[in-house]
Write a protein that binds this ligand. Sequence first.
Ligand code: FES
Ligand code: MG
Length: 600
Amino acid sequence: EKLKKLSPTGTASSPPKKKYRSAHWFQRTDERGMHNIYIDRYLNYGLTKEELTSGKPIIGIAQSGSDIAPCNRHHLELAKRVREGIRAAGAIAFEFPTHPIQETTRMPTATIDRNLSYLTLVELLYAYPFDGVVLLTGCDKTTPAALMAASTINIPAICLNVGPMLNGWLNGKRIGTGTITWEARELHSAGRINDEEMVDMVTSGSPSVGHCNTMGTASTMNALAEALGMALPGSAAIPAAYRQRGQMAYETGVRIVEMVKNDRKPSDILTREAFENAIVANTAIGGSSNAPIHLNAIAKHIGVPLHLDDWDRIGFSIPLLVNMQPAGEMLSEDYYRAGGLPAVMAELLEAGKLPHPDALICTGGTMGEAVKGKHTWDRQTIKPFSDPMIQDAGFLHMTGTLFDSAIMKTSVISQEFRRIFLENPDDPNAFEGPLAVFDGPEDYQARLEIAPIDSRTILVMRGTGPLGYPGAAEVVNMHAPGRLLKQGVRELPCIGDGRQSGTSGTPSILNATPEAADGGNLALIRDGDRLRVDLTKRRVDILVPAEELDARRKELEAKGGYPIPPSHTPWQDIFRREVGGLSEGMVMKKAVQFQRVAQT
Ligand code: FES
Ligand code: MG
């Protein structure tokens, strides 16, 4: 009997006991024949030898919340329920911190930390005895950073969103985080509110724990984690403060243990099919213009080819179904009660527009099975496919002589904008205009009110890409100067090599690659030059003779090129040396050579 028990293959009667990756640490004999020496320090806070040598899976809880990351801070509470789920399903939990990424505070920009958080999480997942991991996500970049790392490592992984805040309210009106900031800034610039009123207005959007309650980058990326199959169906939209959020934390803990037992790895879920489902979902929810950057980065790390042309080809013709700020009126509590992502996917599925209902998801089933029949009862918040908010609501992939690649989110183009810029009988989808060119947000703040800008000017922001800022700043959403705002002209088209907040409704052409600081033609244009934008042909062209542009390039090169401010920290310097452009997901170029490194 004793022999049977010790038999490594278990041939006698029981099926062979599965050895997990953690056995390499905790069930190991070293060169001198010492057993399990690695368990030592994990006993010193109360775990027992029996637990650690039982052969049960070890599950990491990648904790992204802390006092300096308030959007994700509620995870400190939720992790307890995750842990209980893991324990109930027969595994052992190790919670550990990830590098924080707080969108609203991190200087010079939070984006620079997406890749740092990615790199450090890769190291932790590689180097410690994890058989699987629960990725605690939320604020904008915390979700892609975690999914990028899980892709590189390729051990079983599942996302749990912290959940959005409750709806914000002011004077009986829904106030959405981020979106209200842009509105308040405009009112302030037009002289209609003072400093104090601006702060009160902005903070009324944030009434509880959780991430932004608009369809900004946080709501988007967590919806896409679910659309990819990497989070439990229906989990992304649950508000942070709702009891269902804690219950979902428990379910997620239970689920990851099953995934480990079945060896369901990110590479089984993050297939080309899953990315195509996510692109379609992104249009239907009115997802952030940061989504292509982050999704393309995840695809690069898991080794799935994905290009911005795919976004245009697969995603553009999909309608906007979700009536949520910034493209619509409602907020995340409404969206959750209306059914969240499963209700949106049910619309797409029934219309035959979900490209891959058979895509495998973290439950072990398929996306189609998970969302079938989950239609909403709230048609104000989630529109039927046959009567959407907007038709053809996806991103356009733009090219031309100003840049090789940029995107435009069409779902936020307002009627007013269409009237001023697009209603040209010759070509209703094209416009031309003179430029006002700003070198970074500081220049914009200093010159907005004095630069030559009228109601048909195109605003250009440069020096704000991954090299220029560094990390690519969310500053391309610019508003008109105060004198125009007072006349009722709110929206001018914006173009830039930086990004735009997902909570912004400005009609912009973003993420232009190559950026000015990387030799892009954006560096050559000047105030008063003209551009032609053609949305049908997907082109942005500089209306300046080629010889003139050549002369300007020579002049710029003689001066040493477009000025890049110095790096102030070691990471800024390393980031600048290793990073690729926004159109390629802004990944660390060398990091994508490492794929599926912990596959066992
Ligand atoms: Fe953190 Fe919006 S700032 S989610
Ligand atoms: Mg944001």
